[in-house]
Design a protein around this ligand. Structure first.
Ligand code: ACO
Length: 395
């Protein structure tokens, strides 16, 4: 049941909902989730069908425009995105200001925010065309910036994008290519990368998307809004979970130690949680986790790593947790990040880049919600509070 408090505000009704578990902050036509049934739809299309038949840039088009593109519309969209992949050469100086061991999410927050200082020609947020140009720039430049973070951290030269490659292929080229080689990324790995982008593309009003919408509600610069989303995504309870899953599997180290970690996860006096398990909205299987698991098998097979020790621990952990009363009672199932870390690790992506990849993928969700917000009459977001401090007193 939905109570629309707008109609009750004149009656002085005030709701208190920490964590926004029961409060809708907006209306949206982009993504639908039924957490009890494990359903995720983008513009009405089930995520499983999109993962099987579509690709990331097509899903970007769908999220932004509401409909799947015709072949011609798709070709034009891909062409425009791939022609916006370069970043201004001045951006390279921002990188040089960072320590080589800086966390790449710190660099991403800074550099994406800094894009605000470069593009002044399309900042009329009431103009749909201007909003579209912002979207193109962001979708196109995020992989370039992400790969630059990695190259900078290992002291290799930045790789310029190759716009004749597909989106995910180009990302792998910028990550792992060198000026001395012109080899093309492995197609199985490129497909898995594309799927990781697609499965993370949007998830309605999660913490980072809500942050972007709230920042956007003040009329702030779109690149600054996306930087705020990246900052919100960084935390281990949100996008940082895939990094935390891998660290946890490495810490477990051996199947024999799983019961010890399960015991810790159930102990109310221990803050340890099974990373990659549980979800605010899904109280059933996260449909993205099922697709991710299949993708994980494909990648490990391709790389001849089917007996990867981390995968074995992950599978065993999943089996044990799914039969455990604690997890059953609380409806805690593996989420999308449980398997994505293993794929990224197998592809050769370092752990501290995992959340950056999530940010690259989620950019389309953020910008679609930002654009949706600005496409209809709106007002600044301004949550209220219950004041619990001291009463008025004299100085
Ligand atoms: N391991 C052990 N226990 C857990 C876990 C877990 N991963 N997740 C929830 N619980 C328990 C809680 O301790 C609590 O138990 P209690 O009722 O005895 O107090 C109960 O389940 C409900 O948990 P909440 O924290 O109230 O659930 P909430 O909806 O606030 O949190 C969250 C959801 C943050 C995802 C949580 O499940 C978690 O921390 N999971 C691990 C981190 C993770 O994988 N995050 C990725 C989310 S997906 C994404 O961002 C793409």
């Amino acid at each position: 049941d939905v109570i629309d408090v707008r109609s009750l505000s004149g009656m002085g009704i005030f709701t208190y909902d920490p964590g926004f578990v029961s409060t809708a902050a907006c209306e949206s036509g982009i993504t639908y989730i039924d957490g009890d049934k494990g359903i995720l739809l983008h513009r009405g299309y089930p995520i499983e069908q999109l993962a099987e038949k579509s690709d990331y840039l097509e899903v970007c088009y769908l999220l932004l425009n509401g409909e799947l593109p015709s072949p011609q519309q798709k070709a034009e969209f891909v062409n425009i995105v791939m022609n916006h992949t370069m970043v201004h050469e001045q951006i390279t100086y921002f990188f040089r200001g960072f320590r080589r061991d800086a966390h790449p999410m710190a660099i991403m927050v800074a550099c994406v925010g800094a894009l605000s200082a470069f593009y002044h020609d399309s900042l009329d947020i009431s103009d749909p065309h201007h909003r579209e140009v912002c979207a193109f720039r962001l979708i196109a430049k995020m992989p370039t910036l992400a790969a630059m973070c990695y190259k900078y951290s290992i002291g290799q030269p930045f790789m310029y994008p190759r716009n004749n490659l597909a989106y995910a292929e180009n990302f792998l080229h910028m990550m792992f290519g060198t000026p001395c080689s012109d080899s093309k990324p492995n197609p199985v790995l490129a497909k898995a990368m594309d799927r990781i982008f697609m499965l993370h593309a949007d998830h309605e009003q999660n913490a980072s998307t809500s942050t972007v919408r709230l920042a956007g509600s003040s009329g702030a610069n779109p690149f600054a809004c996306i930087a705020s989303g990246i900052a919100a995504l960084w935390g281990p309870a949100h996008g940082g979970a895939n990094e935390a899953v891998l660290s946890m599997l490495q810490e477990i180290g051996d199947e024999s130690r799983i019961p010890e970690f399960i015991k810790r996860a159930k102990d109310p006096d221990d803050s340890f949680r099974l990373m990659g398990f549980g979800h605010r909205v899904y109280h059933n299987f996260d449909p993205r986790a099922t697709v991710m698991k299949a993708s994980c098998d494909e990648v490990l097979k391709e790389l001849g790593k089917s007996d990867d020790p981390l995968l074995k621990i992950a599978r065993q952990l999943e089996q044990i947790a799914l039969k455990d009363d604690y997890f059953i009672k609380r409806k805690l199932y593996p989420n999308v990040d449980f398997y994505s870390g293993i794929i990224l690790n197998a592809i050769g992506i370092p752990t501290n880049m995992f959340t950056v990849i999530f940010a690259v993928a989620r950019t389309i969700g953020w910008i679609s919600h930002w654009s949706e917000f600005h496409s209809s009459p709106n007002r600044i977001g301004r949550p209220r509070q219950l004041y619990t401090g001291v009463k008025q007193r004299d100085y």
